[in-house]
Write a protein of this length. Structure first.
Length: 137
């Protein structure tokens, strides 16, 4: 069996397996099993496609609970403190903050907790994104 590359405009668009080499316009790549769609062909050699640039990695940083609480306004802090006694989710969030020395900015508990406070009206709509910064999704 032979492996053949179908090429259009210098780029492999597909590779097939055939019992013969009798396929005009196709190139035998039996000895080059990695060649496949997306590879370039200059008439002599194949080149692997360049992987796309993934872009910059999202910045993950650590903050202290105090630094996080400074991002809330005094009115928001008062609403959160008042809600702790009647809303167990807010209470659990604040308990977690009190126990933590630092918090990763991509911590899902942090993200969910701040989004929850927004959903409950303890902070204004849009404030979760401001408080969480660039790692908010």
């Amino acid at each position: 069996m032979h492996r053949l590359a179908i090429i259009e405009n210098g780029v492999v668009i597909n590779a097939i397996v055939s019992p013969t080499l009798d396929h005009p316009g196709m190139v035998d790549v039996t000895a080059q099993p990695a060649v496949g769609p997306g590879w370039a062909y200059d008439g002599v050699e194949f080149s692997a496609p360049t992987p796309p640039d993934p872009g910059p990695a999202p910045a993950v940083y650590q903050i202290t609970p105090t630094e996080l609480l400074r991002r809330f306004t005094i009115t928001e802090k008062a609403a959160i403190v008042a809600a702790q006694s009647t809303d167990p989710i807010v209470g659990a969030f604040m308990f977690t903050l009190q126990a933590a020395r630092s918090i990763d900015s991509d911590n899902q508990d942090l993200i969910d907790g701040v989004k929850y406070m927004e959903s409950q009206g303890l902070i204004a709509v849009g404030r979760a994104a401001e408080i969480l910064g660039q790692n908010y999704e």
